[in-house]
Design a protein around this ligand. Structure first.
Ligand code: AMP
Ligand code: MG
Length: 571
């Protein structure tokens, strides 16, 4: 019934009456065409013919899993399904496209970025209209939040729109966030506000550009719809504006997706979901392998350990490392009160709601390990006793995998080639000095990359090397520097220019510091999106020095007012 309704809606949306005369495609094309939106590298004819239609499909999901038997977006406990049907609730206009990621739109969705300016795109990207082929769904998942089983959570304000297979043959899942209530909204309003949506948009794209596995953000649409939020949970409820991010991931399944099925004893469904994820995303695991769930688990453990090491290498703290926010594909998802560390401090807690510092930067590997324990608990009913034992061995290897990756990444950050016994010590020593002095994480490494060897030898740190100047106040700095330079000097076939070149590719000059996001948010809340655009542009090439970014102070010492900034869970 729903599918029929949706199809009818799609047909109605794809009607030809608004198209300019010359572009009216043959009738057979009209149904599947994301009208007004062109496809990259394709001729006008191709774009308006369903030889290359932009359409998504939800069939793989609706075909693979039973769907919630109850329709409607009212909050309820859901059982025996993986998804519920849930139409988005359109944002109240006027709408505005506040940001669009050219890279995501062009390289993932095969669209011309200019076409994202169209009215149609605005509607599709905010839940006002359904993309042809879409059967919008809300995913049922659970999760451990701050160490405790929280029961049913689910997509309370996100809608899966469908999957799109691009010209590279990659399949991506499109999702709206902030698109209204679903059966999983509990007491929430299903909305997201401009500030948190902007942070998610910028952070996803920044992390991608940094080379960290992550979900992507295609666009950010803001509205005039009032959304009430108590930003710091201090009783000051304020009217903010609603926004929707169109986010993309190869898969949005999380640890909590499996946990809820396991906890509810829905084991057939648990196997079904596991088989689906393995078949779709772990093609090297044969479907007839009797150990496939164990191999899957081992792969997730290792990939997650490596992901957390990547986070550490760019000073990223997620903020809410609950099992519902940990992807089965080991990508970074669900950006909330995250932070990029400024002064190096393993106790950095980006989320002011995290009183105990459970998810501090330095605890993320521990939090991920806890999540891996929860994952094996969820899998346990479908593992044999022997497989459970082997899974424990995989879990025990987590710390080693993390340490190895961390070591590799930090060696690259220091430009070290080969392996010497003291390398670990060199890295740890530097981090300890940075912690003691509160040196800026990003810029210390960047400036070590930018300083020439003679500059380092002479400790010639002028104004531009503000972070190194700060670090050099440590009483053990000279000793460390001497050891470091000797280590570099032993690298056969290496040159100073080569070292600098390598290090500049391993150490970003720009990350999304809280004050940068906050400054852009303040302007965006007054309808000025110029700083969002500048930040987005800057963070898309974080390893390249850029004039406009320099002028904006993005690589300078953080301003004083940045110190008092707080980010809570409110979003
Ligand atoms: P998060 O902290 O964003 O990962 O969200 C945790 C859970 O709360 C998820 O199930 C979300 O869908 C849900 N949630 C968060 N904010 C809202 C909201 N405004 N309305 C409905 N559900 C929400
Ligand atoms: Mg979440």
């Amino acid at each position: 019934m729903w599918a029929v309704r949706c199809l009818l809606l799609c047909f109605a949306l794809a009607g030809a009456d608004n198209l300019p005369k010359a572009a009216v495609p043959p009738e057979s094309c009209q149904r599947a065409d994301w009208r007004g939106v062109a496809w990259r590298g394709r001729s006008r004819e191709e774009r308006t013919c369903n030889a290359y239609p932009f359409k998504v499909s939800s069939e793989r999901m609706t075909g693979a899993f039973p769907i919630d038997g109850v329709d409607g977006n009212h909050a309820r406990a859901v059982r025996d399904c993986v998804f519920s049907r849930s139409p988005p609730t359109p944002l109240k206009g006027p709408l505005r496209l506040a940001a669009v990621s050219q890279d995501a739109v062009e390289s993932i969705l095969d669209l011309e970025v200019g076409e994202a300016q169209s009215e149609d795109f605005l509607n599709y990207a905010s839940g006002g209209r359904l993309i042809p082929g879409s059967v919008p769904l809300a995913h049922r998942y659970g999760g451990h939040q701050f160490g405790y089983w929280a029961g049913q959570l689910g997509d309370g304000r996100a809608h899966f729109l469908g999957r799109y297979t691009n010209r590279l043959g990659e399949t991506w899942e499109l999702q709206l966030k902030g698109s209204g209530k679903t059966p999983y909204s509990r007491s929430g309003d299903g909305r997201a506000v401009v500030r948190s949506s902007l942070r998610e948009f910028l952070a996803s794209e920044a992390m991608h550009a940094l080379g960290v596995p992550t979900s992507r953000a295609a666009s950010l649409v803001v509205s005039e719809e009032p959304v009430l939020r108590d930003r710091f949970y201090d009783g000051h409820v304020k009217k903010e504006r609603g926004a929707v991010v169109l986010r993309l991931a190869r898969s949005w399944f999380r640890i909590g997706s499996l946990e809820i099925l396991s906890r509810a004893g829905e084991l057939d469904l648990l196997r079904k979901l596991l088989n689906f994820v393995i078949e779709e995303h772990f093609p090297s695991i044969p479907s007839n392998d009797p150990d496939k769930y164990l191999v899957f688990y081992t792969t997730v453990v290792n990939a997650t350990a490596r992901l957390i090491a990547r986070w550490a290498s760019v000073g990223f703290a997620h903020g809410v490392c609950n099992t519902d926010n940990f992807s089965l594909l080991s990508i970074t998802i669900d950006y909330g009160p995250f932070g990029f560390m400024e002064s190096y401090n393993p106790n950095f807690v980006p989320n002011t709601s995290d009183d105990g510092g459970r998810y501090s930067a330095g605890n993320q590997a521990g939090a991920a390990l806890f999540n891996m324990e929860k994952l094996v608990e969820a899998l346990s009913p479908v593992l044999t006793r022997q497989q459970r034992r082997r899974a424990q061995t995989a879990l025990e290897a987590f710390a080693g995998v993390y340490r190895t990756r961390f070591h590799q990444l930090f060696k690259a950050k220091l430009g070290l080639l080969g392996e010497e016994e003291e390398d670990g010590h060199l890295i740890a020593f530097l981090l300890k000095m940075m912690e003691d002095t509160g040196s800026d994480f990003t810029m210390t490494f960047r400036q070590l990359s930018e300083a020439s060897e003679p500059q380092l030898q002479r400790r010639n740190f002028h104004q531009d090397f503000w972070a190194l100047r700060h670090l050099s106040s440590h009483k053990l700095f000279s000793g460390w520097l001497r050891t470091y330079l000797l280590r570099l000097g032993r690298q056969e076939g290496d040159s100073d220019a080569g070292r600098q070149h390598r290090m500049k590719k391993a150490n970003p000059r720009y990350v999304l510091r809280n004050w940068m996001a906050e400054s852009a948010i303040r302007k965006a809340e007054a309808d000025d999106f110029s700083e969002v655009a500048l930040l987005h542009r800057t963070l898309t090439s974080p390893y390249l020095t850029q004039d406009a970014a320099e002028e904006a102070g993005y690589a300078a010492r953080p301003p004083r007012w940045a110190q008092g900034l707080k980010v809570s869970c409110s979003s």
